[in-house]
Design a protein around this ligand. Structure first.
Ligand code: TNX
Length: 632
């Protein structure tokens, strides 16, 4: 694809005397199935009209959406017309084109007109996103820019590879307002995502109003305020007020759903049970086997000891699976959730449920004996199957994290694979629908660069790792893979600025993997388009990470001597370094091969340059970091 594209660009540039045309963008992200550059440009003016050939309300709404998106930067208030001969025409195909499916579109721009056609409004909406990306990056400006608005003549045929293209946002560990969530969803639409997974409950907060259970938000939505490193902060002090948090009223939720719907994004709500339920237990202590009335919503203090893939909880954050009152409670919750959210799936969590409190409780032991349940894993499977009945009784399908496979999965449940891809492979063979979202490859809470530049967490997933991830590993039955999503957990993320930083540019790699045909994927070409998106994100006022430019430092140790090996994600980067405490720049050594750290050296520093300009983040490694970072 990229080679084809460059041939066309090449042919075009030499066929026209107009230099300006060379600078018009044609790099769409995610990269379309087929894009051909044609001679000529379309000129957008204040007189351009948007024609809706079919007068369906959805199509008219998309025309209005487009006009609204064009207005801030151009200052134009483009009119929607129903007559033929408009500048930009949106039309549903009279006869469905099977190749385009439910979400594809065709797009043609010539010097006189732009035509977007699709089988469905969804397809037209994606054609409109393509149109926005074909305009110069200044189109993302929030105030008028005085310039000429041209679009390169092109013909595009485009449709997605996967039906499920999602991002997950955890609003439980930190709370993000309804307006922030809407802005996040709006940006997702730019990159043709169609699923927003809303993680609404966890140990650190309960975020959705449930009318029949007011304590969930009176108590569960609030915790004591803390700023610091999650997992290390002071627990609630006696008498301390829980002032940090918030929740969405049911009206807020309906508003966000409608907003997402207008962007062709379905919202998957998650209520995480039976573990991860400390906020619910703080609200209603009788939900747990321990009935511990001192349980508080966790503010980021330590509550577990993590071992080799296992963990021990010091606080009981699980629901009692043996108590009928638990199921009465869950019926209330899921009845209201199902009534609010139109999407066919409800996510019920199921992950990281500590079984120690269950296993030590005599009542639970008696229940297990009576029901021939051998262990905690089987007890959770019993619980999840009962939850499936509640969810299905509300005419919804259940989806859960891959732990729901353990001890036997509920008959119709879908699986979200997160502990690598193996849960996805297994579920596909059991003929259960799968969404891929493996932690190591796709988690957006992972660091994007060197630990010295990032909020420290347990792993690193750079842009190229995200881009490389193969959604269909060997041995999977791909007919059951609905698609994938990247999850942003927010233990360490307190602000929407940092949410944006962790999401972009990695979400672009996710979107391209989910939308574009494999044969069109090309890392180098992708990076040029990421850089185009950086300009757009700047104009839009969206924060993003520049870690893709950074030196990748590997520490080695031979005998007592430490050394540094440096790589980069991009080819055209020069790395300058120092071992003498100076700030590195092109007056200092340029990295060419392994650097030995002199035995008295205090600090190693490295920084990237491209075309003589500093790019990315400076890396700093102190002597005291070495032992921790060198391979053992
Ligand atoms: C595991 S992924 C979790 C989350 C954490 C995340 C941090 C999953 C189903 N559970 O509760 O936030 O790791 O990366």
């Amino acid at each position: 694809m990229s080679r084809l594209l460059s041939i066309f660009v090449f042919a075009f540039v030499f066929a026209t005397p107009q230099l300006r045309a060379q600078t018009l963008p044609t790099g769409i992200t995610p990269v379309p199935v087929n894009l051909q550059v044609q001679p000529g440009q379309f000129q957008l003016t204040r007189e351009t009209t948007i024609g809706v050939a079919n007068q369906q309300p959805e199509v008219t709404a998309i025309a209005t959406y487009l006009s609204d998106k064009l207005k801030p930067a151009t200052g134009f208030a483009l009119k929607t017309v129903t007559t033929s001969g408009a500048g930009i025409t949106l039309s549903l195909k009279a006869k469905a084109d099977p190749k385009l499916g439910k979400e594809g579109y065709t797009f043609t721009a010539s010097s006189s007109a732009i035509n977007i056609e699709a089988n469905t409004p969804n397809g037209l909406f994606y054609g409109v996103q393509t149109l926005l990306q074909l305009l110069p990056p200044q189109i993302e400006n929030r105030t008028p820019v005085d310039m000429s608005w041209q679009i390169q003549a092109v013909t595009i045929t485009d449709y997605p590879r996967f039906a499920w293209r999602g991002l997950m946002l955890d609003v439980a560990r930190h709370f993000f307002t309804k307006e922030e969530v809407k802005a996040y969803i709006d940006r997702m639409a730019r990159y043709k995502f169609n699923r927003f997974h809303w993680h609404l409950s966890d140990d650190e907060g309960w975020r959705i109003q449930i009318n029949s259970l007011p304590q969930l938000t009176n108590v569960g939505a609030w915790r004591v305020p803390r700023t610091g490193l999650f997992g290390t902060m002071r627990p609630p002090q006696p008498g301390e007020k829980a002032t940090y948090g918030g929740f969405y009223t049911q009206d807020d939720i309906r508003e966000v759903i409608a907003y997402a719907k207008a962007r062709y994004i379905e919202i998957l709500p998650e209520i995480d049970i039976p573990g991860h339920s400390m906020a619910a237990v703080a609200s209603y202590p009788q939900l747990s086997v321990t009935n511990d009335t001192t349980t508080r919503v966790n503010p980021g203090s330590s509550f577990a000891t993590w071992g080799n893939g296992t963990f021990t909880m010091h606080v009981d954050n699980t629901l009692d699976p043996t108590d009928e009152n638990t199921y009465t409670y869950l019926t209330k919750v899921f009845t209201e959730v199902a009534a609010l959210f139109p999407f066919e799936y409800i996510h019920v969590g199921g992950d990281e449920c500590y079984k120690g409190y269950w296993e030590r409780d005599p009542g639970v032991q008696a229940f297990m004996k009576k029901n021939k349940i051998a262990n905690g894993i089987e007890l959770q499977a019993y619980f999840m199957k009962r939850v499936a009945k509640i969810v299905e009784g509300r005419k919804k399908k259940m989806i859960g994290w891959d732990e729901i496979l353990e001890g036997g999965i509920a008959p119709n449940a879908a699986v979200m694979a997160w502990r690598g891809v193996k849960g996805g492979v297994e579920a596909s063979h059991l003929k259960h629908p799968v969404v891929m979202s493996p932690a190591i490859d796709w988690y957006l809470d992972m660091m994007q660069g060197d630990v010295s530049t990032e909020i420290p967490v347990y792993g690193t997933t750079r842009l190229n790792n995200v881009y490389k991830f193969n959604l269909l590993p060997q041995g999977i039955d791909s007919t059951y893979v609905m698609g994938g999503q990247a999850n942003l957990w927010t233990e360490q993320i307190a602000t929407i600025a940092q949410v944006q930083y962790m999401t972009y540019p990695r979400a672009l790699a996710v979107s391209e993997t989910l939308w574009s045909p494999l044969r069109n994927k090309d890392w180098k070409n992708f990076v040029t388009r990421v850089e185009d998106q950086f300009v757009r994100l700047d104009a839009a006022g969206v924060n993003y990470s520049r870690n893709v430019y950074d030196p990748i430092v590997k520490i080695t140790k031979e005998g007592d001597q430490y050394a540094f090996e440096i790589n980069t994600e991009l080819d055209d980067i020069d790395v300058y370094y120092t071992v003498d405490n100076a700030i590195p720049n092109p007056y200092h050594p340029r990295y060419t091969s392994k650097v030995v750290f002199p035995s008295d050296a205090y600090r190693f520093r490295a920084v990237s340059y491209r075309n003589g300009k500093q790019v990315g983040n400076p890396i700093l490694i102190r002597r005291e970091d070495l032992e921790k970072r060198a391979p053992k």
